[in-house]
Structures are given as structure tokens and as C-alpha cells.
Design a protein around this ligand. Structure first.
Ligand code: FAD
Ligand code: FES
Ligand code: FES
Length: 484
């Protein structure tokens, strides 16, 4: 087999070209450096704060603006997890750009007026989350405000004063008054942005946690790079990978970033179902009318995953490839009968999701392969499909137990899948076999029987006994919803 060479012109320095608070900038990056470290350590901008360094607190929130499907979007992200290499071709907006102490931005003024800040450490993060929200939606309701802020923690003020400020802003301001004119000027430039030279970054200096950060622009380049760098790991959003870099201090010799490969950004309805590419974020899925109409349970479930900041760049395919037994999307994708299209330099192949998880964090991917996209067949309109997540907190928390159910054709066939009860996400065999009994109303016996099928572990998120009880509780909740 021959390696397809990647054009040598693309093996350039690790430089990016982007906009920062209205001004075009170029920068030479340490490979894999996060946007937060880039801001704090290299640009000496200290407004964005580091607290947890793992996506939980929102103190580091900044906003990125870029063209998405023909429109400019403003998205809040956790800069501690967002590799600065991803800023290429985007507009990075930080709290320093929005206002000064003499001339506060309306969001800063509202937070001040409502006494929404004490020590102030969290405030830049709240300002930026509110900026992304109010730049994107006119007069958001309380639920949208809460969703936008659930990834921001404050340990001083309590949240009511922040919510009051946000509600006043929502009432009194339109995006036109929130987005400064320098952002609007950059919007036009973002559409015309052409600077392909820095598409792949190489740096082999061993002092870094990530030595090589490669950014291919096509699936062909990606397959070649995987072939050439068998040691490489893939990075889509990076919301799992960058936690490993920041917190577990894991070192990567080579990371290959999928986010700029346009073929992987597909979200399309085709004859065999909805195709979702490897670089499609949760937020795009949630915004998709096709998904909302044909896979409403997926839209609802995405809302329960992580925070707005994480959903803006974390991907559904990353959740699958990460192969955590508590990946929230996996039970639902199992009952949807999802198929993975896996590619390599040699060929494409299709793997049913059921056959993908081999053991704890072990998947059916072979060396040189990556998941290109997933296909979710559209269920019949009369199918009953629902997912449940049990976690200690409502937002930004990992599940103890997550599950999904599907009942087709008035009970002719049924599937139930769980995460958090075995080494991999699993479909319940007993449920498929014994489902008919429940049709006669004996859900309690069925729930007890399914609970005995699994031997969950005890860990910080729950004991084995607790998890077995959750299996029963989820099934009884499904029974209630099904019989309505
Ligand atoms: C604060 C926080 C909260 C979170 N909350 C939740 C939650 O509520 N529920 C939940 O399920 N998860 C949660 N996560 C985990 C994470 O956000 C998700 O798993 C997300 O879907 C990962 O997607 P990503 O694109 O960021 O993955 P990445 O970090 O880019 O990649 C994840 C893994 O998949 C591999 N990979 C990525 N794409 C491909 C591909 N196309 N082919 C082959 N391998 C690939 C990578 O090499 C890596 O091993 C949370 C994470 C954080 C930091
Ligand atoms: S520092 Fe806490 S989310 Fe980034
Ligand atoms: S004002 Fe102190 S953490 Fe929010």
C-alpha cells in the first residue's frame, strides 16, 4: 500500500491567522496550547480566568465568531479546553474587547448595577456567556438564559442577582445594541477569510504535552496522516482530550484535528437516515430542524450533555469514539440502531454501533481508521423513544446511569439500552425477550428482571446497588410515560 504524500507546503510552522477583539493577528503557537494559556501566557491578556482548567467552572469563557452554514455565529467556549490552533480563521472576543472601566459594555453595566459581582473572579466568564447569548437571540426567555449560564459557577453572589441582570438585558437590548460595531466589521472579513497556508502544524520540541498538532483539510489528507503517524490520536472538539492534557498531564506525540475538514461537517438527511459527520458539534445538532423533527429525543438529550460552552465544540462522534460506558448519547444511539461509517486510506466500512464497543474503552476501530460519520435511520413516526439521565446535578455532570428506550409499532418490537451498568454501553437482551410480558402491564417484574441482567460497579458516582435501583426506576418512568 502506498502512502499518499501530504503536500510539503502544508508542513509549516505552527502559525495561525485570526482576529482578536476586532484586529487581525498572526501568532506562532506552541503545539496544542489552549486558548486560555495562549491569552494569559503569550498575549498577556489576563481577563479570562483559570479556575478548574477542565471545563467545569466557566471562568475562562470567551466567545468565538465564525461563519457557520452561511451565517455568522457567536459561541461561548471554555478557553481552557479549546486548542488555540482552532482559532485560525475565527474571531476571538474576550472580555478585554467589550468595555473599559470608563466605558462599560451594557452587560458589564447591568451586572454592576445588580450587584452581581463580589470577588469578580467569575465575572468575565458570565459577561462572555451573556454576550454570546444576547448577540445570538433577541429577548431570550428565562430558560434560554439559564441554559446559557449553566456552565458558569459563582461562589460569592448567589445566582439571583446575575439572573436579574440577565433578564433586564434581555428585556432592554437587541443583538444590534449588544454586538459592537468592530465585531460587525470583522463579520464581513470572516466570510472572505482565505489563508490556507497554515493548515498543518508541526513542532517536535519535546518540552510540550503535545509535540505535533496537525490540521488536515480533507479526509484524504487525514487518512494519509493517520497512516504516516500510527501513534497519532484524533481530536475533534477536544473536550475529552484537553482534560487529559490539562488535568491528567497526559502527553501526546501527535494530535490530528478533524474540525476543519469540510467533509466531516455534514449534517444531512438522506434516504438511509440522518448523516452526522465527525466534526459536527452538539450545538449544531440541537439547532438542526431535521434532527428536531425526525429525532426529537436526540435534540432533548443533547440539552442534558455538559454545558453550552462544551456543546459549542464537543461532538457526538467524539462521545462515541471516547467509548466511555457513561457517554450520555450512547444508549439512545443504540436504540436508534445507529451505524458508523469508518474510513482509512484503504477503504470505508460500516459498523453497527452495537458491534463497536468491544470492552471497557476498547472499540472495533483498527489502526489507521477513524469514524467519518454516523447514520441514524429515521424511526417510524409512531415509535415511542425516550432517554433518561441520572446524575448528581442537573447540569454539567457525568451520569451515574443513563438509558434510552424505543418501542415500535404499538409494541411489536422494543429495545432498551443502558450506560453506567457495565464495561460498555449495552442493549438489554432480557428486555428484548421479555418485553411482551410488560405489554400485559407487568412492568415491575420486567424491571426487576432487567436489573438482574447487569453487574454494575460501585464508584464515586454510585454504588452497584444504587445503580440497580436506577435501572428499575428508569424502566418504571418509561412505563409511566408510555402508558401516558
Ligand atoms: C465539563 C465537561 C462536561 C461534560 N459533560 C458530559 C456529559 O454530560 N455527558 C457526556 O457524555 N460527556 C460529557 N463530557 C465529555 C465530552 O464533552 C463528550 O464526550 C464529547 O462528546 C467529546 O467530544 P469531543 O469532540 O470533544 O471529543 P475529543 O476530546 O475531541 O475526542 C474524544 C475521543 O474520541 C477520539 N475521536 C474523536 N473523534 C474521532 C473520530 N472521528 N474517529 C475516531 N476517534 C475519534 C479522540 O481521539 C478521543 O479519544 C463532558 C466534558 C467536560 C469537559
Ligand atoms: S477554567 Fe474552569 S472552565 Fe475553564
Ligand atoms: S463573584 Fe466571586 S466567584 Fe463569582
Amino acid at each position: 500500500m502506498e502512502n499518499t504524500p501530504v503536500k510539503s507546503a502544508e508542513f509549516r510552522f505552527n502559525e495561525i491567522s485570526f482576529f482578536l477583539n476586532g484586529n487581525r493577528r498572526a501568532a506562532r503557537l506552541s503545539p496544542g496550547i489552549s486558548t486560555l494559556d495562549f491569552l494569559n501566557k503569550e498575549l498577556h491578556l489576563y481577563g479570562s480566568k483559570c479556575s478548574c482548567n477542565e471545563g467545569d467552572c466557566g471562568a475562562c469563557t470567551v466567545v468565538i465568531s465564525y461563519p457557520r452554514e452561511g451565517e455568522i455565529v457567536y459561541e461561548a467556549i471554555n478557553s481552557c479546553l479549546y486548542p488555540a490552533a482552532k482559532l485560525h480563521g475565527k474571531h476571538l472576543i474576550t472580555v478585554e474587547g467589550l468595555g473599559t472601566s470608563e466605558d462599560l459594555h451594557p452587560i458589564q453595566r447591568a451586572l454592576l448595577d445588580h450587584h452581581s459581582t463580589q470577588c469578580g473572579y467569575c465575572t468575565p466568564g458570565f459577561v462572555m456567556s451573556l454576550f454570546a447569548l444576547l448577540a445570538s437571540i433577541a429577548h431570550p426567555d428565562t430558560e434560554s438564559i439559564m441554559a446559557a449560564l449553566e456552565g458558569n459557577l459563582c461562589r460569592c453572589t448567589g445566582y439571583q442577582s446575575i439572573l436579574d441582570a440577565a433578564q433586564e438585558l434581555s428585556r432592554d437590548f437587541e443583538p444590534a445594541n449588544i454586538v459592537p460595531s468592530w465585531c460587525r466589521k470583522v463579520e464581513a472579513l470572516l466570510f472572505g477569510f482565505k489563508d490556507p497556508a497554515q493548515s498543518v502544524f508541526i513542532n517536535s520540541d519535546s518540552e510540550y504535552s503535545i509535540n505535533n498538532y496537525l490540521k488536515p483539510e480533507s479526509c484524504q489528507q487525514l487518512a494519509s496522516l493517520l497512516n504516516k503517524h500510527p501513534e497519532a490520536s484524533l481530536i475533534a472538539g477536544g473536550t475529552d482530550i484537553m482534560v487529559q492534557v490539562n488535568v491528567s498531564r497526559r502527553k501526546f506525540s501527535t494530535l490530528i484535528d478533524l474540525a476543519e475538514i469540510s467533509e466531516l461537517k455534514n449534517l444531512q438527511l438522506k434516504r438511509d437516515g440522518i448523516h452526522i459527520g465527525a466534526a459536527v458539534s452538539y450545538s449544531r445538532i440541537m439547532d438542526s430542524g431535521i434532527v428536531r423533527s425526525d429525532l426529537p429525543a436526540l435534540t432533548k438529550l443533547c440539552r442534558l450533555i455538559a454545558s453550552k460552552q462544551i456543546r459549542n465544540f464537543g461532538t457526538l462522534v467524539g462521545n462515541i469514539a471516547n467509548a466511555s460506558p457513561i457517554g450520555d448519547s450512547l444508549p439512545l444511539l443504540l436504540v436508534y440502531d445507529t451505524k458508523l461509517i469508518v474510513s482509512s486510506l484503504e477503504a470505508d466500512r460500516e459498523i453497527p454501533l452495537q458491534a463497536f464497543f468491544l470492552d471497557y474503552r476498547k472499540t472495533a476501530l483498527k489502526p489507521g481508521e477513524y469514524i467519518r460519520e454516523i447514520i441514524i435511520p429515521i424511526p417510524p413516526r409512531d415509535s415511542f423513544i425516550m432517554a433518561l439521565k441520572t446524575a448528581k446535578r442537573k447540569s454539567v455532570d457525568i451520569s451515574s446511569v443513563v438509558s434510552a428506550i424505543r418501542i415500535d409499532h404499538e409494541g411489536q418490537s422494543a429495545a432498551l439500552a443502558f450506560g453506567g451498568v457495565a464495561a460498555t454501553p449495552v442493549l438489554s437482551k432480557l428486555f428484548a425477550q421479555q418485553w411482551k410480558a410488560a405489554q400485559n402491564g407487568d412492568w415491575q417484574a420486567l424491571a426487576q428482571s432487567v436489573a438482574s441482567e447487569f453487574s454494575p460497579l460501585s464508584d464515586v458516582r454510585g454504588s452497584a446497588e444504587y445503580r440497580r435501583q436506577m435501572i428499575i426506576n428508569h424502566i418504571l418512568q418509561y412505563a409511566e410515560a408510555y402508558h401516558g
